[in-house]
Design a binder for this molecule. Structure first.
Ligand SMILES: [Zn+2]
Length: 419
């Protein structure tokens, strides 16, 4: 094995060890605190609910451990195990061409399909065993299969033009090609964000305007007060798949919308729901989506530039056990190996996201009520069986939202200023 391959193996091993270690820390932290409800939540969350959250979190970390081992195994099979060489030879046979766009596309699609199949057993287990055991699964096997097919179809429609463009530019490989690829990538993402709420999301869920109720009047008044178009509020039939409840803000321009899961509406009082809606409007008012897009633009410029540099570096292919240097194999190797190098950056991305959560919470405290948002969050932690005692380090790497205690503590600091 060339020395440079050993470096790759070392990188893979380091990644796996760090992730397994974080996972273990999370399970230990939850187990250590499961005997009693943390002081900040005593009286609002009972011991039974607290222990259900502990059991659920531990079950998830156990499954995650298997997923990590599987992913690592699959990565090594594909690279040093010669998997990519075999898949590329297969694509050459299908297309009857040693190189070229079609060969590249066939290769990447086969790779995507196989990777999806490798993930399948664990997703089936997750949905129909783990989620079901804790009372969260609402999916029928039939819906699971149609989701899978619909997902594959949508990914194919989205990926084909984008991959074709990038492969074509990689093939041209002029000094400025990476910049064109970046412009194409960004335009594509902006378009996707614009059409996602109205074209893609409705393929999977029904979105209906809020029906008349005690909730509706309160929410309309809030929307009016905050200058968010009332036409942009939708209820989603999340209960079709899961008992987990949530709310989110997405899209921009005339397609911007706030989505409340039907499960959430059933769990919260009108006052609590108003506070949650105010939080989502906060994301819109503070332009968080735009800020994330700018960050993504910077990161993807760096990544695409690196990809175009590695394209003609023989060591890149040798290190990863690949015989054929082509735009398609370069793209595949890059997307397989790059996440290994990006792991140290995930806490930074999560830190930005948490900052945005605090800002949206502060907006909600101002426009609605901090106390109602606290009550809503506690209900959501309880009903989703979310742990109140995550490990700090694990959380830095995995959680885009602040841990329960910190988030509630922040809001308590704000509830003094407002009624
Ligand atoms: Zn948020």
């Amino acid at each position: 094995m060339p020395d440079i391959s050993l470096l790759f193996v070392a990188l893979v091993t380091a990644n796996l060890c760090i992730k397994l270690w974080l996972n273990r820390r999370q399970a230990n932290s939850v187990l250590r605190h499961q005997a009693s409800v943390p002081n900040a939540f005593a009286g609002v969350i009972n011991l039974g609910a607290h222990q259900k959250a502990a059991a659920y979190t531990c079950a998830k970390t156990r499954l995650n451990q298997w997923a990590l081992l599987m992913d690592t195994f699959w990565l090594l099979i594909l690279t040093l195990g010669g998997g990519i060489n075999i898949l590329y030879a297969f694509a050459v046979q299908i297309s009857g061409n040693e190189t070229g766009l079609i060969t590249g596309l066939v290769f990447l699609m086969t790779l995507g399909l196989l990777s999806g199949l490798v993930d399948l057993p664990l997703s089936i287990y997750r949905q129909f065993n783990l989620e079901a055991r804790f009372g969260f699964n609402r999916m029928t096997p039939r819906l699971f299969v149609t989701d899978l097919l619909r997902n594959a179809m949508v990914s194919l429609i989205i990926a084909l033009p984008l991959l074709s463009l990038i492969l074509w530019l990689l093939d041209l490989a002029t000094p400025m090609s990476w910049l064109w690829a970046w412009l194409g990538w960004m335009a594509f993402n902006a378009l996707l964000l614009f059409i996602y709420p109205v074209v893609i999301a409705p393929l999977f869920n029904k979105f209906t305007p809020m029906s008349d109720s005690a909730h509706k009047q309160k929410l309309d008044a809030l929307l009016h007060r905050c200058g968010f178009s009332a036409a942009g509020l939708f209820v989603m039939d999340g209960s079709k798949r899961s008992a987990h409840a949530n709310a989110y803000f997405t899209g921009f321009g005339k397609n911007r919308r706030i989505v409340l899961f039907d499960t959430l509406i059933n769990q919260l009082s009108p006052e609590q729901l108003e506070a949650v809606l105010a939080h989502e409007i906060g994301h819109y008012q503070c332009k968080h989506l735009q800020k994330r897009l700018v960050l993504m633009a910077l990161i993807s410029a760096g990544l695409l530039w690196s990809l175009f540099q590695l394209l003609h570096a023989p060591w890149f292919y040798t290190a990863l056990g690949v015989d054929v240097a082509s735009p398609a194999t370069a793209l595949a190797l890059f997307s397989l190996a790059m996440p290994l190098c990006l792991l140290p950056l995930t806490p930074l991305s999560n830190a930005l996201s948490r900052k945005h959560e605090y800002e949206a919470d502060a907006y909600a405290a101002q426009q609605s009520s901090a106390q109602e948002l606290i009550d809503a969050l506690i209900t959501m932690y309880r009903e989703n069986a979310a742990t109140l005692t995550p490990d700090t380090l694990y959380s830095l790497f995995h959680d885009s939202h602040p841990p329960a205690t910190l988030r509630i503590g922040h809001l308590q600091g704000q509830s003094g200023h407002h009624a």
